[in-house]
Design a protein. Structure first.
Length: 300
């Protein structure tokens, strides 16, 4: 029979146990895998009183029990056999490990930054996690609480300082040992984004290469290119890009011709037009904006 770690929600004698070899008791269990819900149980050795005593004691102490039982409702039977049930003494959970910084993002307040951190969850009995931080060199500790089974969490800290940060797991018995600590320098102001553009050869023609840096990590970016012909008209062309995990992207722009920026042909006796490009990029999550200019450029 498998072993289940369970909460006991209620316990008592059953009204009718005629379909079992022994009188049944009613125990409402919730195990960590969700196997039990309002299930009838009976004791394999007839020890109904002992089973009730353990279940009632667990309820009164708000504690767990270990249940050795048949598969819930095996074979379509409404009854599940328990061969052993004993109270589990709650202990502090195992300590998380591999605590690390994932990224630093802007926060709602200009003077603060939002940190995303991650860790390995090494416990199956925690009630949550505490992200503990302390400003160096003499700051008071503070913490953010994250729910059970989490492996990532956010905290908002004042910019312009160094912090020692770690994570602990906790349950009713107390806190785990701390994870490995890390020291993070939280910048005072967010790094300004940059945008550049260059006209490069491509398949006997030319395209515009647009490069952005210091946008949000994995952030979608909306780009607008205004393509102006010197002495002529202009038009705006939208482009979509996505920054990588370092906030970097590079996208090509070939105008409205398949070959590139230059028209396939110009009227006899006329020269190719001279063109300039005004480019603006806006991060759709961070709202960072940068601009660049390319040109003037004359098609060959």
């Amino acid at each position: 029979m498998p072993t289940y770690r369970c909460n006991v929600n209620e316990a008592g004698p059953a009204v009718d146990g005629t379909e079992t070899v022994s009188p049944v008791v009613y125990i409402n269990l919730t195990d960590i895998k969700g196997s039990f819900a309002n299930t009838w149980f009976y004791a394999a050795d007839g020890a109904q009183d002992q089973m009730l005593d353990v279940a009632i004691a667990a309820i009164s102490k708000d504690n767990f029990v270990d249940v050795v039982a048949a598969t819930p409702n095996a074979g379509g039977s409404p009854y599940t056999e328990i061969s052993r049930i004993h109270e589990r003494q709650t202990r502090p959970p195992a300590a998380p490990s591999n605590f690390h910084l994932i990224e630093i993002q802007p926060a709602l307040t200009p003077s603060q930054r939002q940190l995303l951190v991650g860790w390995n969850d090494n416990s199956d009995d925690e009630d949550g996690f505490a992200l503990v931080f302390q400003q160096q060199p003499n700051g008071s500790p503070g913490e953010y609480t994250v729910g059970t089974d989490a492996t990532q969490g956010y905290m908002v800290l004042d910019g312009g300082h160094d912090y020692t940060i770690y994570v602990t797991a906790f349950n009713r018995a107390g806190k785990s040992a701390p994870s490995n600590p890390i020291v993070v320098s939280v910048p005072d102001t967010p790094e300004a984004p940059t945008l550049s553009a260059a006209v490069i050869p491509s398949s006997g023609n030319f395209v515009l290469s647009i490069t952005g840096n210091s946008f949000g990590n994995n952030e979608p970016v909306a780009i607008a290119v205004v393509w102006s012909v010197v002495g002529g008209g202009s038009g705006a062309y939208p482009i979509q890009a996505t920054a990588n995990s370092l906030g970097y992207f590079r996208v090509p722009f070939s105008g409205n011709t398949p070959e590139g920026l230059c028209p396939i042909s110009v009227p006899f006796g006329q020269q190719q037009p001279q063109q300039t490009f005004q480019i603006t990029a806006t991060g759709l999550a961070s709202h960072k904006t940068a601009s660049a200019t390319a040109g003037p450029f004359t098609c060959p």
